[in-house]
Design a protein around this ligand. Structure first.
Ligand SMILES: [Zn+2]
Length: 102
């Protein structure tokens, strides 16, 4: 992953397929192929193929989807990648309690 020195794009409207490919991936800076709409900031963000696969893996595991591993492997393969070692990282996300404001 490149260091984050590229401009991190995002906008409320969806990018066109051609338009998003002109932009760097929000996370790593590689050429974007897809976009993710992040409700928390209200923006569409360009993402590269590898980051899109990682996001799909993260979400499928978060969903406790009964076929998460198979779906992720098939999705990655359909995009030209064979992946390994991804099973551990969604569960490696650490959560810390946030102090209540009141
Ligand atoms: Zn990326």
């Amino acid at each position: 992953m490149k260091s984050v020195v590229h401009r991190q794009h995002g906008r409320p409207e969806a990018y066109t397929q051609i338009g998003v490919r002109r932009l760097p991936c929000f996370r790593c800076g590689d050429r974007a192929e897809y976009q993710w709409n992040v409700c928390a900031d209200g923006l569409h963000h360009p993402v590269c193929t590898r980051c899109d696969i990682q996001l799909n893996a993260l979400v499928l595991h978060w969903m406790l989807h009964p076929h998460a591993e198979q779906l992720v492997e098939e999705y990655a393969r359909s995009k030209g990648y064979v992946i390994s070692g991804y099973r551990s990282w969604p569960s490696a996300v650490q959560f810390h309690a946030v102090a209540e404001p009141w």
